[in-house]
Design a protein. Structure first.
Length: 241
């Protein structure tokens, strides 16, 4: 079997695990939002929740970098890349519209999907740098801690990430520092494909197959899980009443 015909079930399963964790996090968030948790939780300041959110986003960005490496290794051309990119960008716009209806004061102007749309282009352009991706990623991660300016605090500029204060929004994934994590994933993927390909393309235990399937449909799940969870909670509240 040629390398281009490999199935990367392990990578899909890792993405699926991130999706499951995200869905569980959002389910508890929704319960809290509708006043069904006692005591109420502070998802914006409590480290128990903020650290979880950071780890989940890290998994998403890192696996996106790994996936970029796999796609490039398989010879993915720009037209196919742009088709997938258009799906992500379109979903990002839907997230902004939906959040504006539910959270008019803290709607999502640059969340995870918006970040993906920008960072996937940047990481693909940076992919020929190969070994330089590691220090470039470190620079992206460190830069927001070294440089901040009020000009980046508006909704139209905070996507860069060099902010002096966190914006009031339900989701925020700026280019800096998260591009660094995606570049690290891309660099790790390039190294693994060249040196330890089996770690990505090896056989997956049958018990983890559902995670791999979920990982292959991650964008669809991402877009559907919140409406389904919220509808289920509202239906349960109506029945209980």
């Amino acid at each position: 079997m040629s390398p281009r015909a490999d199935r990367f079930d392990r990578l899909d399963a890792l993405r699926g695990a991130a999706i499951v964790w995200m869905a569980a996090f959002h389910f508890v968030f929704d319960l809290n939002h509708f006043g069904l948790l006692d005591p109420r939780q502070d998802f914006y300041r409590d480290p128990f929740w903020t650290v979880q959110r950071a780890v989940i986003v890290t998994l998403f960005m890192f696996t996106a970098g790994l996936s970029q490496a796999v796609a490039l290794d398989a010879g993915q051309a720009w037209p196919r890349f742009w088709r997938r990119w258009a799906q992500i960008a379109g979903c990002a716009l839907l997230v902004s519209a939906g959040s504006a209806l539910m959270f008019p004061r803290s709607w999502i102007s640059f969340g995870v999907l918006h970040g993906f749309a920008v960072m996937l282009v940047l990481s693909r352009l940076a992919s020929p740098l190969r070994g330089w991706l590691w220090p470039l990623g470190a620079l992206c991660v460190l830069l927001p801690h070294l440089v901040q300016h009020p000009v980046f605090d508006t909704r139209w500029t905070n996507w860069v990430g060099l902010i002096t204060r966190k914006p009031v929004t339900e989701d925020y994934a700026p280019v800096l520092p998260w591009l660094g994590v995606m570049l690290w994933g891309l660099a790790a993927g390039q190294w693994l494909l060249a040196q330890r390909r089996a770690l990505l393309a090896g056989v997956l235990p049958a018990a983890l197959s559902p995670l791999a399937l979920l990982g292959r449909w991650s964008l669809s799940f991402y877009m559907l899980h919140q409406p389904v969870l919220i509808a289920a909670i509202l239906a349960w509240r109506a029945l209980a009443a």
